[in-house]
Design a protein around this ligand. Structure first.
Ligand code: 5GP
Length: 214
């Protein structure tokens, strides 16, 4: 590569970075939700799925731009390319889910596919599964407060208000956890009051079960 070409490429980097930051700032949403699905629950009715029987606990459902109330979806036609996704082989439990999540939620982030996958990976990796849930042999009966406390103990960068839960089976089983981040995807923030209300409605009963890992 000639010195002149290298110089031109280097000169372009600040512009590229500021364009990325601007896209992030101007995309019309309020905050991010990192959604982690409890794989044993997903697998109850889909035991043949490739992600099942592999001992998975939390898997990435998606990284979702949110409004204080509701969320944007399907914001653009840009496609996620297979070669790019293949650079993140362990990010999603399935390729199909990754393509769906990019089209529905990622296109609303204002990020290019690569930056969106990178941010998703970074936030997913920053989440540590509490030891009580790691390789869970028996179903665990717990309530939302106890679950929040053990997540915060394993993830001191989070606080209880940054967490929301989704239960299924009329509130009997944990399906997903949601972690709220600011619009930069850097700092955990309190989830919106709408999310907190829904979390209480979904998982706010005396207790619920977290299915064992298989
Ligand atoms: P949403 O459209 O709300 O972002 O995502 C809904 C889709 O995510 C549904 O198709 C649902 O089956 C899928 N989903 C949720 N949890 C999991 C999971 O653990 N694994 C896979 N493969 N898909 C999931």
């Amino acid at each position: 590569m000639t010195g002149k070409l290298l110089k031109t490429l280097w000169a372009g980097i600040p512009l590229l970075l500021s364009t990325l930051l601007m896209a992030r700032e101007t995309a019309p949403f309020d905050f991010y939700v990192l959604s982690l699905s409890w794989s044993p629950e997903y697998c109850v009715i889909r035991p043949e799925d490739r992600q099942c029987g592999r001992g998975y606990g939390f898997v990435l459902h998606g990284l979702w731009p949110q409004y204080e109330k509701g969320w944007p979806q399907n914001c653009g036609a840009e496609k996620l390319s297979k070669p790019l996704l293949q650079q993140y082989p362990a990010l999603y439990p399935s390729e199909k889910l990754a393509f769906h999540e990019w089209s529905k939620h990622g296109t609303c982030s204002g990020l290019a596919p690569e930056a969106y996958l990178q941010l998703s990976q970074q936030l997913k990796q920053s989440f540590k599964t509490p030891v009580e849930l790691d390789h869970l042999i028996q179903p665990l009966r717990i309530n939302a407060r106890q679950l929040s406390q053990s997540i915060v103990a394993a993830n001191p960068h989070l606080n209880i208000e940054a967490l929301a839960f989704l239960c299924t089976g009329g509130g009997r089983f944990l399906q997903e956890i949601h972690v709220c981040y600011d619009k930069q995807g850097v700092t955990p923030i309190s989830c919106s009051s709408e999310m907190q209300r829904q979390s209480l409605k979904s998982c706010g009963q005396k207790d619920f079960l977290i299915r064992n890992v298989r």
